[in-house]
Design a binder for this molecule. Structure first.
Ligand SMILES: [Zn+2]
Length: 282
């Protein structure tokens, strides 16, 4: 999965270091990330390289996180245009660039950037927000409102019927993702993750489920989400009643029938769960 970056180490502990010239800048503009891609390998500009065209960067860089011994910073309040040898890569392409740990850095920074950008002003009194200073939060100096990064919980569900797994495809109107995936959905207010599993499976394919068991979780910064993966068994009839507004396909597959055009295990929890079923690890 995209967050499995060992032997590299992701460290998100909040601190306020000064930017150094060899640190990296994650600069976003209209859903794209400033980067260079050479022979399928992505890289991000150093603080020093940005300083040559934008000298204020040392004052304005905001700490995002650290990977190994290198700090990654964002530029929160300035527009930044094109730069020689770099271009803005659409965020969806971060699923396919490598190495995977740099793709993870790029999409994780995207979530942080969007959160900061959406909260420049207090939603209660319109005063400019300030960094909290001791934790990842923004505080309103006027009314005292504190906000934390938005992380939406959601579930991925591997529904099993004996030796078959249920795989689905989104309707074109619902998602740009065209490959096979698993039942998925966001948790509603007042709902447990297990209840989300039951509700989403019922809504999408009309099945009752039992034996809900946790598999793994995944931060999915493409959509500000924390995904939780569960496997479960069909309770009663395995006859599918597909929600045709959300899905274009919902079918049972045996281990030797799993289609190759599916979510990739190297990137997504969905893909890893399908592979775990395929390899008889479930
Ligand atoms: Zn306020």
């Amino acid at each position: 999965m995209i967050q499995d970056i060992a032997p590299h180490r992701y460290d998100v502990a909040y601190r306020m270091p000064e930017a150094g010239e060899n640190d990296r800048m994650l600069i976003y503009n209209k859903g794209g990330l400033l980067c260079r891609v050479e022979e399928d390998s992505v890289s991000y500009p150093s603080v020093g390289a940005i300083a040559e065209v934008y000298p204020d960067i040392y004052k304005e860089a905001a700490f995002f996180f650290r990977i190994d011994d290198r700090n990654y910073f964002g530029l929160l309040n300035a527009e930044f245009g094109p730069m020689e040898n770099y271009f803005f890569l659409p965020k969806e392409k971060l699923r396919s660039v490598r190495p995977i740990w740099k793709a993870f850095a790029g999409i994780t920074g995207f979530q942080l950037h969007n959160w900061y950008a959406a909260n420049r002003y207090c939603s209660s009194c319109r005063t400019k927000m300030q960094h909290h200073g001791r934790e990842r939060a923004l505080v309103c100096p006027d009314c005292g409102k504190i906000i934390y990064p938005q992380i939406c919980p959601g579930v991925i569900v591997g529904v099993i019927n004996k030796d078959r797994i249920l795989m689905t495809k989104y309707a074109v109107s619902h998602s740009k993702f065209k490959k096979y995936a698993l039942v998925a959905g966001y948790t509603e207010v007042g709902e447990s993750l297990e209840d989300t599993v039951r509700r989403e499976v019922m809504e999408e394919v009309g099945l009752k489920v039992k034996n809900i068991r946790y598999y793994k979780s995944q931060p999915w910064s493409f959509t500000d989400t924390l995904l939780t993966g569960f496997f479960c068994d069909v309770d009663g009839s395995p006859e599918i009643k597909m929600d045709e507004e959300e899905l274009s396909a919902a079918e049972w597959f045996g281990r030797d029938e799993i289609p190759p055009e599916r979510s990739e295990a190297e990137v997504s929890l969905t893909g890893e769960m399908i592979d775990a079923f395929l390899k008889n690890q479930i």
